[in-house]
Design a protein around this ligand. Structure first.
Ligand code: AMP
Length: 520
């Protein structure tokens, strides 16, 4: 048995899942210690014990102030912008996510009866540099070697397409989870999976549908009893749980009855699927607009799409399925459990990465049976090509109009890994320094983009105006950027101030501090 074991982790907003590749080369979900196939991404701080999963979720009503959920929405934010404090310790978003991963890792080790060393973690395709870096950090803090960060739709396509890569096809991945929405168009050609276009909404997901029901009940309660139950955190959690289960019921039934008690008073409400669909039409419209946008970006018509792959628990909702069917007579592919496809795909990517390592190092990790599962008919390994989801630019001085503007170095939708070089002239004669500002975003106006880092490089004296400053932008497979500047023989690497609150040099200390906690 190899000393290394790789898992795929779908670190979801509401639920997380983990998968591995078995001895026959097939992806399998790893159940958690509670024998569930998905684990709520909820953390409960109970003294020095940290409980992750269903037990934590169930405690949300009784102890909402000791609960952290929806951490994924905060990934990439610095500690000053988002943190939670328990027992005198302040936790950043990546530290909180690390606690979820620690629970998954520990449960997997128990289940597989071996140490888990490596992981591929998935992120929404539109996650930016800071969000991706924070996800890698979270994995490392949990004690894992993060082989790669993979886009969720790419993982879904891998999970669905593994034994179907012999067919060339264009697939549309529709992933609506608990808190995020992600759509991607992929092309499978000659055993290669290529991303054509991607789009999404960071803040659109199952919770928005739940909140429509929460507000309905709260309004009815207020109307009957003259009191808004949402002002109390405990009752919001309780109400949210009831709303969520009503929503799930409406996926298979035409109506449901919700009974809610608060402060000795109660309200009973019957909700039909039809009314629910009417009240959430604006949310479906939002999904629809994003689907149309991504089709435009890929310059495709619906009749050029061969399949729609469904991922995320919310795609079980009939309103979502009928919206997708209304676009075109395209088959909706859902043979796999939508909650599990992303983790399965991540496990596949994990093995692909390690098989590639095998090819380089010559050290054999997998059996021939496994290798065969991940190879095309000609024996070569399946290849996955992602594209960038954001434009990466540099701020330049427009001499004619006397203002700064953004020059796009790596454009959105460039296949990765990518290396782009460009040369720019200094704005003036005798400039003492060249200041290179690296930004991320689609606008040409610097203030509308996200600053990623600044590099201040000293120039030799008496340089004429227009002396070349050479920039190299290198985007690796994890969509994390490195920038190099060369001016008049001086080299500098742009320190990308990722602003995630956790400096790379502090990862070791943070990991050991987290290690002191008892996570289950
Ligand atoms: P994910 O983050 O992909 O696991 O998606 C979880 C979301 O899917 C949550 O908002 C769940 O409430 C929702 N969900 C799961 N099953 C169903 C269902 N049968 N009908 C409607 N929503 C569901």
């Amino acid at each position: 048995m190899s000393a290394r074991k790789v898992v795929g982790i779908d670190l979801g907003t509401t639920y997380s899942a983990m998968a591995h590749i078995d001895n026959y080369g097939k992806p399998q979900i790893i159940p958690n210690a509670e024998t569930e196939r998905i684990t709520p991404s909820v953390i409960f701080f109970d003294g020095t014990n940290v409980i992750v999963g269903t037990v934590a979720k169930n405690n949300a009503v009784a102890d909402p102030e000791k609960i952290v959920d929806f951490v994924k929405r905060e990934m990439g934010k610095p500690k000053e912008q988002f943190h939670r404090e328990f027992n005198g310790k302040v936790y950043s978003p990546e530290e909180l996510s690390a606690l979820i991963i620690r629970k998954l890792k520990a449960d997997a080790e128990k289940y597989l009866e071996q140490k888990v060393t490596d992981a591929v973690i998935t992120v929404p395709a539109y996650f930016n540099d800071a969000e991706r870096t924070a996800t890698i950090t979270a994995g490392r803090l949990a004690g894992l070697n993060v082989l790669q960060i993979v886009n969720e739709p790419t993982a879904a396509a891998l999970a669905y397409g593994l034994d179907k890569l012999d067919e060339n096809q264009t697939v549309f991945v529709f992933d609506l989870g608990g808190g995020t929405f992600d759509v991607t168009i992929m092309r499978i050609v000659d055993h290669k999976i290529e991303m054509l276009a991607t789009n999404g909404d960071h803040r659109l997901g199952g919770k928005d549908w739940d909140d429509v029901i929460v507000n309905m009940i709260a309004e009815e309660f207020d109307r009957l009893h003259g009191e808004n139950p949402l002002l109390d955190l405990h009752s919001y959690q309780d109400l949210h749980n009831r709303a969520l289960s009503a929503k799930v019921q409406l996926s298979s039934r035409n109506s449901t009855t919700i009974v809610y008690h608060h402060g000795g008073k109660s309200v009973k409400l019957t909700l039909t699927r039809k009314e629910f669909e009417q009240r959430t039409r604006h949310l479906v419209e939002k999904c629809k607009t994003i689907c149309e946008m991504v089709m435009q970006e890929a310059k495709l018509k619906w009749d050029q799409v061969d399949k729609v792959l469904l991922a995320g628990g919310m795609t079980r909702m009939p309103m979502i399925r009928s919206m997708m069917s209304s676009f075109a007579a395209v088959p909706l592919v859902d043979q796999l459990n939508p909650d599990e496809v992303v983790a399965r795909g991540a496990a596949i990517q994990g093995v692909l990465s390690m098989l590639n390592e095998e090819d380089v190092s010559g050290e054999k990790i997998f059996s021939d049976v496994v290798r065969q599962q991940f190879s095309g008919l000609d024996g070569s390994l399946i290849e996955v090509t992602d594209i960038t989801s954001h434009t990466l630019g540099v701020v330049l001085w427009d001499e004619k109009h006397l203002h700064e503007y953004v020059f796009p170095m790596i454009k959105k939708m460039t296949p990765i890994p990518a290396v782009i070089k460009n040369s720019f002239g200094t704005a003036d004669a005798n400039m003492e320094r060249a200041v290179v500002k690296v930004v991320e975003g689609e606008s040409s106006i610097p203030a509308e983009c996200t600053p990623l880092g600044v590099c201040d490089i000293q120039l030799p004296p008496y340089l004429p105006k227009g002396s070349p400053v050479r920039l190299t932008y290198q985007y690796n497979a994890n969509q994390v950027l490195e920038v190099q500047v060369e001016a008049a023989g001086n080299n500098a690497q742009v320190t990308i101030d990722r602003n995630t609150g956790l400096d790379p040099k502090d990862i070791g200390t943070a990991a050991s501090s987290l290690g002191e906690l008892n996570v289950s």
